[in-house]
Ligand binder design. Sequence first.
Ligand code: NOJ
Length: 764
Amino acid sequence: MNKLCLLGLLVSLASQSAFADSPAAAPLQDKQAFIANLLKQMSVEEKIGQLRLISIGPEMPREKIREEIAAGRIGGTFNSITRDENRPMQDAAMRGRLKIPMFFAYDVIHGHRTIFPISLGLAASWDMQAIAQVGRTSALEAAADGIDMTFAPMVDIARDPRWGRTSEGFGEDTYLVSRISRVMVESFQGHSPANADSIMASVKHFALYGAVEGGRDYNTVDMSPTRMYNEYLPPYRAAIDAGAGGVMVALNSINGVPATSNTWLMNDLLRRDWGFKGVTVSDHGAITELVRHGVAADGKQAAQLAIKAGIDMSMNDTLYGQELPGLLKSGAVSPAELDNAVREILGAKYDMGLFADPYRRIGQAKDDPADTYADSRLHRDIARDVARRSLVLLENRQQTLPLKKSGTIALVGPLADAPIDMMGSWAAAGRPHQSVTVREGLRRALGDKARVLYAKGSNVTGDKAVLDYLNFLNFDAPEIVDDPRPAAVLIDEAVKAARQSDVVVAVVGESRGMSHESSSRTTLEIPAVQRELIKALKATGKPLVLVLMNGRPLSLAWEREQADAILETWFSGTEGGNAIADVLLGDYNPSGKLAITFPRSVGQIPMYYNHLRIGRPFTPGKPGNYTSQYFEEPNGPLYPFGYGLSYSTFSVSAPSLSSTTLKQGQSLEVSVRVKNTGQRDGETVVQLYLQDVAASMSRPVKELKNFQKLMLKAGEERTLHFTVQPDDLKFYNSQLQWVAEPGEFNVQVGLDSETVQQQRFELL
Ligand code: NOJ
């Protein structure tokens, strides 16, 4: 826990009433003594009960659950998301012998009731204030619904967009994801996770889940220690340093050892080296899966491995309950090992303020909202502002955008009027009917100033097997409503609308379920039926704007040739349609920048900007033979990391340095002149990268180390200053020592990762 959190906790404890009726009447102010005293009074069964985290589904027998809780056989739940659902469970806990409160968790990933853009979109804002608002608002809304903990932030670095969960994280870059990780934890937890309007953050998925082989979900991860330490681990560490109270452990194995049974990961790295003092939670069913991983012969061994490795709480897994009594009896698991796990769970409950007041977030029935789903409980203004900041303008030929607010616009595409897809996956308690689609956003913005002709134009996919797969993912209702008319009929309708219009806006891409857990793809293309639609629209000769909805980089080389403008909108949330209309119509000047590389084709994967240097790099303009490249298509990405256009243009000068040398303990100033050379006010992101010229091991071609987002009026010029310190030059060397090696470095500054200007300095 950081100092700020600790301070907040002490302040709030001072105002807490003691947990009066509890037999554990040790002074509440002294966390360790309080918990030690409580532990002493617990039976083995009650202790094992605390380790159990269960999912509450609509089909679950409520009465039975309450009995189990009162008997001390459940420690916490997830997926129950209203105060009146959670209150009877807490009442049951208060009927228990020791009155140990339950906690209630949920996957609040990018909003709770108000849905913000998916995480990959949030990252594209490069706007830490906006992201902090997302975290804070999510916490306020979730806490107001009686939720104590979120399984977020998800900070898995993703460099293989075939992986469906790419949508859920903040992109490919260690520095950017680490900055966001910190901001999310701080904003979820506020001054203290004990506050009634805060929720505890459980960072996930520890560790390296984004590096599953081939981008196939749940696959293995095999990674060198230096890559791990330099590139993949820092975002989790940032969350821990920011005071995250929980860690969710990944489903994958790491170099052959499943994270769930990985003693090195949880005991050595997380607790010993990083000093983590909170609770660890397994992912869904992960303890049982140790048998399928082939590291446990049976459930008994699986439970033994997990608890010894440091899994405190088991998510929807029955093995702790079944096997721990026997394991304790035989001595295979020691009482101290059980106590360690229970202590962390009780500690987390303590830190969430639940011993002081088990109803801290559930409140009293008389104060429950009359309508939990009321629109007045949403934070639409914030959602619209953040969504606008997340949109990335990829192409804009002949200033096709912004559109005129007059004439006729053909609005087509399977995602133009798709409320459920606006929300993206992991949409928490969001309700589709509350999300503004692109169609609705344009209608509201244009009123009767311009005519909008709408036609669906195509289904999301024409592949029945894919449709069935995606619809299977939703338990309540089919995710994708398929239009039964033949594809040609749908296209004809759209073409007719296009012919009568001045411009065509086609909203195409993926349905939300295509970028989700367990939704890995072998291609990054827009589904074929939608490409047919694009082809037909192009043939009309009308200016064509593609509005993309998707949760991962797509390969867009062909689409780039067809379209006059492309706006990447991810899944932009409750207010997405309004935000997209703001950008399409020029009421907001786009400022988003990609937080992940867009490759030309799936065959180039993995493709990320900060790759290690190699002996035979491809050099543009030189003969390609015997250099590192693919010979059938141009080398390099279609859109690089950090890229995004504006309705304005910006220039950046070459960086100037305050000194050409840097000594230990000192810092260096890097200055650039940035100018808005266009006709409109707008924001851009100035990015600073560093390159180690020669080190004891190959280092990346460049690494993001800082950035500043700034607003410039049309014609305005400003000088920006960045500070570089020896710490910014450090990396884990082959002995895993954190060092800055003396020698030369290039500092590179630009508006994306590819187009940079550089200066050299020396670390003495
Ligand atoms: C499984 C997912 O991997 C994890 O991210 C999520 O938090 C849990 N299910 C609970 O929903």
